[in-house]
Design a protein around this ligand. Structure first.
Ligand code: NAD
Ligand code: ZN
Length: 236
């Protein structure tokens, strides 16, 4: 089967399963690979609960740096094609590992963020929640005085059960799953697309490089996200 057998317009329920490579063309640094942010920062000091508890100011400085970098980025043509496919009623769901909010900025509504969002905050003292795109965050404190905790799934955190359930419902009921720009090494996200395959969906991997999951895909396209999406979303 060639790429023409995987066109979005010929399917009824499509899941776009995205990772950092989806936003690479928007200028958001990926996690691994060239320019990966963890090469510059030791994650144990910046992106985990013990670091936040030990030194919230330091963790906030790092997150404000990320908010500033990501806040200057715009959705790329790939994000826009996915949003257009949703608007054109192709039963589209986005399941993303990204925390940048670029799918929503492009107009996607049906988005499940497995790893949370750089733009949402929660207070672990009083339970308040907030959302802010200020970069840097103007006041990193909740009105109760505690530090806002970025609502991101950090290293060592469990994923949100409700988000996983919603994502899995879409995954097991789709007829086409297109994985884009994920290195497929972060669990449990890495194995989620396999449930679509078990349920009978076709699977496409879009990534310039092979991944440990490539062999489980029906079709692997070694192209950039926007290049391949332009072909997969042809006619929409
Ligand atoms: P990753 O950085 O581990 O892997 C990125 C993958 O994208 C690589 O396999 C690479 O070959 C591929 N890629 C690079 N450029 C591409 C392009 N133009 N088109 C298509 N693919 C391209 O990313 P991951 O698998 O998402 O795991 C990283 C973790 O870090 C996630 O948990 C995520 O929450 C977090 N993260 C998020 C962002 C973001 O929000 N944009 C950025 C970095 C990291
Ligand atoms: Zn509070």
């Amino acid at each position: 089967m060639g790429l023409s057998d995987y066109l979005v317009r010929n399917h009824r329920r499509v899941v776009f399963f995205t990772g950092a490579g989806m936003s690479a063309e928007s200028g958001v640094p990926t996690y691994r690979g060239k320019g990966g942010i963890w090469k510059q920062y030791d994650y144990e000091s910046y992106a985990c609960q013990p670091a936040f508890e030990a030194d919230p100011a330091r963790v906030w400085e790092f997150h404000n740096y990320r908010r500033k970098l990501v806040g200057a980025c715009k959705p790329n043509p790939g994000h826009e094609l996915i949003a257009r496919a949703e608007a054109a009623s192709h039963g589209v769901t986005v399941v993303t590992q990204n925390i940048d909010g670029l799918h929503q900025l492009a107009g996607s509504r049906n988005v499940h963020e497995l790893h949370g969002s750089l733009w949402r905050l929660r207070c672990e003292k009083c339970g308040r929640r907030a959302e802010s795109r200020d970069a840097p965050l103007l006041d990193p404190h909740c009105s109760c005085g505690a530090w806002w905790r970025p609502a991101i799934v950090w290293f060592g955190d469990a994923l949100d059960g409700e988000v996983i359930d919603a994502a899995m419902r879409a995954i097991v009921s789709c007829d086409l799953l297109i994985s884009i720009g994920t290195s497929a090494v972060v669990y449990p996200a890495a194995q989620m697309p396999l449930y679509a395959r078990k349920a009978g969906a076709k699977l496409v991997e879009v990534n310039p490089e092979p991944t440990p999951m490539s062999a489980s895909y029906d079709l692997c396209v070694r192209e950039s996200a926007s290049e391949c999406l332009a072909r997969l979303c042809e006619g929409i």
